[in-house]
Every structure is written in structure tokens, then in C-alpha cells.
Design a protein around this ligand. Structure first.
Ligand code: SF4
Length: 88
């Protein structure tokens, strides 16, 4: 599931593709997705927070959403945010 970059650094397959999609992401983007290795996900995934520090929307998250035709998190209503934040 990962590609070695250096002796101590690896990258999840699919994350550096022209149309990035991590190999561990299962489901249909825009409907329901989940990480199939969530308990063992790599450190960058632990550190990524779509709400970033101070409750601000992470620009990288919005860019990823736009690539898949989804509205930026900053444009969603509170009820929509609650709906997409529920665990599957
Ligand atoms: S949390 Fe990390 S490993 Fe899991 S699908 Fe997302 S990018 Fe891939």
C-alpha cells in the first residue's frame, strides 16, 4: 500500500497521482468514504486536520474537495457539516 521514497520515508500509493486518491480510501467520494487502515494510518494522516488550528478550514481539504466537485467546507451549513462528520 506504500511506496518507499527514502529509507525512512514512504508515501501511500495513489496520493501522488495526477488525480490523487489514496489506495486506502474506500467508498465513493461525495457519498461515503473511509480509511481501511485507519487504526494504522501513517503519521501525516494523524496530523492532518480539516479544521486546522483555531477552528479554521484547511485549504488543502477544500482543494481536495473541489477536485471531486464538492463544495468547500467553509461554504457548508452547520447541519451539513454535522451530517458528513458522523462516523460510518
Ligand atoms: S487517512 Fe491516510 S491512509 Fe487513510 S485513506 Fe486517508 S490518506 Fe489514506
Amino acid at each position: 500500500m506504500a511506496i518507499p521514497l527514502t529509507p525512512k520515508l514512504m508515501r501511500m500509493k495513489g496520493t501522488d497521482d495526477v488525480a490523487p486518491r489514496c489506495i486506502a480510501l474506500q467508498g465513493e467520494i461525495g457519498r461515503q468514504v473511509g480509511c481501511c487502515i485507519y487504526e494504522h494510518r501513517p503519521s501525516p494522516c494523524h496530523e492532518f486536520n480539516p479544521w486546522a488550528a483555531l477552528g479554521m478550514v484547511d485549504a488543502a481539504c477544500d482543494r481536495a474537495r473541489l477536485r471531486h466537485g464538492l463544495r468547500p467546507l467553509s461554504e457548508l451549513q452547520k447541519s451539513e457539516l454535522q451530517a458528513i462528520s458522523k462516523p460510518a
